[in-house]
Design a protein around this ligand. Structure first.
Ligand code: RB5
Length: 150
């Protein structure tokens, strides 16, 4: 499994720690930047990671900005991306099991690094359950394609 990871300047330090954590777990990581704490624009990194996931280059993505909000909004504009911003493990796990999220966003100014690691672990370990949830995922895709007929 290869994980795409990206952050803006606000998320850079937490990104570094999450990369280290993932490498220790034996997870392959592809870092799409940013590569310093120099001020930059979160949509750039949200887009790069989302594209890597949507194209199949990477299986899942992790994004970090100050709140996780801006970078997840940017990622969710890429077709096929279901990005969730989480600040606790329960939603992270359920977002995989029920919503088949393929990008996790974290707020470096919201969660500490211990909690962030726990959220990442729960999210990566949880499996999508399919079944009754698939119909709703399909509906989201229909909205994305402007084909939602209700
Ligand atoms: C940068 O200051 C901050 O706005 C950004 O990291 C993020 O929190 C936006 O949603």
């Amino acid at each position: 499994m290869e994980i795409a990871i990206g952050s803006d300047h606000a998320g850079y330090e937490l990104k570094r720690q999450i990369i280290e954590h993932l490498i220790q777990k034996g997870v392959e990581v592809k870092d799409f930047g940013s590569y310093s704490t120099e001020r930059c624009d979160y949509p750039v990194y949200g887009y790069k990671v989302a594209k890597a996931v949507a194209s199949g280059e990477c299986e899942k993505g992790i994004l970090i900005c100050g709140t996780g909000v801006g970078i997840s909004l940017a990622a969710n504009k890429v077709k096929g991306i279901r990005a969730v911003v989480c600040s606790e493990p329960y939603s992270a796990q359920l977002s995989r099991r029920h919503n088949n999220t393929n990008v996790l966003a974290l707020g470096a100014r919201v969660v500490g690094s211990e909690l962030a690691r726990m959220i990442v672990d729960c999210w990566l370990e949880a499996e999508y359950e399919g079944g009754r949830h698939q119909k709703r995922i399909d509906m989201i895709a229909e909205i994305e394609n402007d084909e939602f007929d209700i």
